[in-house]
Design a binder for this molecule. Structure first.
Ligand SMILES: [Zn+2]
Length: 409
């Protein structure tokens, strides 16, 4: 029997379902300051599972109680590749459990769906990746090169897990990654980028009854508000059109004057400082230098209208640029072929509306990434989150076939 058939035979749909349910039942919402509120328990379950299946395992302690777990089969050599199947172990808060129709960490199986926080984002994808890789071992097929399963922490926060991984030997030797985030099993070769720019305007404090005695930084922010659509227009012109992604957007999300820690807001006081955050979403074609230039230009032109205000901006978090890989990339081709082998249908394509751990892998390592995983793209972070069992099983089969194609090529 050919290798792929032997591997696919070892993917048991019931096991994919049960593993997903087990992972969902181990809550892993990150709650700063709460020693129980970390990924530690689910990570140690994944570690034990991988060891039992015969993987080599490395645990990377990223922060207190927050370990990355990496399990792999095979070794990378001068003529072979290393492929990562990537998932994250943290989930966002369940919110008010009374808003749920099923217990948020119960993993109830109802009409072909598993319900629970993280079912789609993304314990389902992680379970599918674990089973797909284990199927190689169970079928007695040693991958050519190295097949890595990664269960990383803090994707929903500052992406500490993947930022740590790219600095370690396992991360640095990667050649490609499949990001198992919920995208209806579509092949997403593009992801939008995100940049949070905080603009700070410094004026001069004064009494609200005598505004001419001060310099009001809030008026300056109003000008930025008016300029934001023009910045959006310029970014749209600079970026490449995408069939799968909405064009760039510039959205003011936070306005504070004075910002916390700088002063106390009072109705009759013109604050010395006011701040605004712009949430900027990008598609491919705008690099870090271009976005910096645009923001400098915005500040300069607004400053001309407000010569007494000192205006500056800073990124709130490291830039996450848009990512794109070409369909001719070996990873993309391995996945297109894998979808057909695993499901009998042609691959469907899509785009990721936000950024993922894959963004960091692409930016820091330059390796191709494809995002593809089980679960509806819109369901993450909602109440009554679910994953379809049929998509889960398809995903495990797609990962196995794509991995074999990619590593053998
Ligand atoms: Zn996710």
């Amino acid at each position: 029997m050919p290798a792929l058939a032997r591997i696919l035979e070892r993917i048991d749909p019931d096991e994919v379902v049960e593993l997903t349910r087990t992972l969902v039942r181990i809550p892993s919402v990150y709650r700063p300051g709460d020693p129980e509120g970390t990924e530690a328990r689910v990570a140690s379950f994944v570690e034990a599972w991988l060891r039992r299946e015969g993987f080599e395992v490395e645990v990377q302690l990223v922060a207190l109680g927050r370990p990355n777990v990496l399990g792999w089969l095979g070794e990378k050599t001068a003529t072979t590749r290393s492929l990562l199947l990537e998932g994250h172990t943290d989930v966002v808060t369940e919110g008010d459990p009374s808003h749920w129709s099923w217990p948020p960490f119960g993993a109830d199986l109802v009409d072909g769906r598993i319900y629970g926080r993280g079912a789609a984002d993304m314990k389902g994808g992680l379970a599918a990746a674990m089973i797909a890789a284990a199927a190689f071992k169970r079928a007695g097929i040693a991958p050519r090169g190295k097949l890595v399963v990664g269960a990383l922490v803090d994707e929903e926060g500052g992406m500490l897990g993947v930022r740590h991984l790219v600095k370690t030997p396992i991360g640095r030797e990667l050649d490609a990654a499949i990001i198992c985030e919920p995208e209806d099993n579509e092949l997403c070769l593009e992801q939008r980028g995100v940049i949070w720019a905080r603009v700070r305007a410094r004026g001069r404090m004064a009494h609200g009854a005598m505004p001419e005695q001060g310099v009001n930084p809030i008026a300056c922010l109003a000008t930025i508000l008016r300029e934001a659509p023009r910045l959006q227009q310029r970014l749209r012109k600079r970026s490449e059109r995408s069939r799968y992604l909405r064009p760039p957007t510039v959205t003011p999300t936070v306005i504070q004057g004075p910002p916390p820690g700088v002063g106390v807001p009072q109705s009759n006081v013109i604050p010395a400082v006011a701040e605004m955050t712009l949430d900027i979403r990008l598609t491919a074609g705008v690099d870090a230098e271009a976005i910096r230039g645009e923001l400098e230009q915005l500040c300069e032109s607004v400053s001309e209208a407000h010569p007494d205000v000192k205006l500056e901006w800073e990124p709130v978090a490291p830039f996450r640029l848009a990512t794109r890989v070409d369909r001719s990339e070996p990873l993309a081709r391995a996945m297109m072929r894998g979808v057909r082998q695993a499901t009998g249908r042609a691959a469907r394509f899509g785009g990721v509306p936000g950024s993922t751990d894959g963004t960091v892998l692409r930016m820091e390592l330059g390796v191709p990434i494809v995002t593809c995983g089980p679960g509806n793209r819109l369901i993450p972070h909602q109440v009554n989150e679910f994953v379809e069992v049929a998509q889960l099983v398809d995903a495990a089969r797609i990962y196995a076939a794509a991995a074999l194609n990619y590593l053998e090529a």
